[in-house]
Design a protein around this ligand. Structure first.
Ligand code: SF4
Length: 202
C-alpha cells in the first residue's frame, strides 16, 4: 500500500500531532493550515498571545488546551526553535528528548520520528493497539510504553511506516472497536480473536 514519504519537518509534525488529539484528520488539518497562515514562523506562534493561537486552531477542537500545550512545547525547545538535529542523532536520544517535552508521550514522539524522518518507531494509537491486540501481536492491557517497544520489535526494519498505516486503516475500515467485520476480514484465518467476536470460522 503506498504511503507518504517522510516530509523532513519534525517541528511541524510535533505541532500537528498535538492538534490531532481528540479530533479527526480533516479538522486537524484545517487547524494546522490556519495556524501556518496566520503566523510567519514557529517563533511567532510561541510568542503570540495564547488567545490568538486558540482562535487560529479552534476548528481542531479543545483549542484552549492545545494552544497552551503548543506554546509550552515551543518554549521548552528554546532557541534555536529547531529539531532538525534529530535526523542524525541516535534515536534513543531523540525519543527521550521528545518525551521530556510538556505533554509529549511515546505516541507523539513516534509520530515525529517516523513521519518526519522515517526513523525506526511505530506510533501505537487506539486503532493500532486494538488490531495488534486482537491479532495476538500485543499483550492485552499493556501500558503504552510496552506497546510501543513491542511494536518496534515485531516490525521488520524499513516497514515501520507501512505497518503503522496498514494497521490503522484496518482498524478504521474493518476491525472496528464495537462491531469488527470479521466475516469480511482478510486476516480472519490467522486472527485468534475472531471466534470471540463473531463465532468460529466455517
Ligand atoms: S478477524 Fe475480526 S478481530 Fe480479527 S483482525 Fe479481522 S476484524 Fe479484527
Amino acid at each position: 500500500m503506498p504511503v507518504a514519504p517522510p516530509h523532513g519537518d519534525p517541528l511541524a509534525e510535533l505541532v500537528l500531532t498535538v492538534l490531532s488529539q481528540s479530533t479527526n484528520d480533516r479538522n486537524r488539518d484545517v487547524a494546522f493550515a490556519r495556524l501556518r497562515e496566520r503566523f510567519p514562523s514557529w517563533e511567532a506562534v510561541r510568542d503570540a498571545p495564547v488567545e490568538e493561537i486558540e482562535e487560529a486552531i479552534r476548528p481542531g477542537g479543545i483549542s484552549k488546551v492545545k494552544s497552551v500545550r503548543i506554546q509550552a512545547i515551543l518554549r521548552a525547545i528554546g532557541d534555536p526553535l529547531d529539531l532538525e538535529w534529530m535526523c542524525d542523532a541516535p534515536i534513543e536520544d531523540s525519543r527521550a528528548y521528545l518525551c521530556a517535552l510538556p505533554g509529549v508521550g511515546r505516541k507523539t514522539a513516534a509520530c515525529v520520528l517516523l513521519f518526519s524522518h522515517g526513523l525506526r518507531d511505530v506510533p501505537v494509537d487506539t486503532h493500532v493497539s486494538r488490531v495488534g491486540t486482537r491479532l495476538g501481536l500485543l499483550r492485552p492491557n499493556a501500558p503504552f510504553e510496552e506497546l510501543h517497544d513491542a511494536m518496534v520489535d515485531l516490525t521488520p526494519p524499513g516497514a515501520e511506516l507501512e505497518f503503522h498505516v496498514n494497521l490503522l486503516r484496518h482498524g478504521r475500515r474493518t476491525c472496528h472497536a464495537q462491531r469488527p467485520a470479521c466475516g469480511a476480514c482478510a486476516l480472519r484465518r490467522m486472527c485468534p480473536s475472531r471466534r470471540d467476536l463473531q463465532g468460529p470460522l466455517r
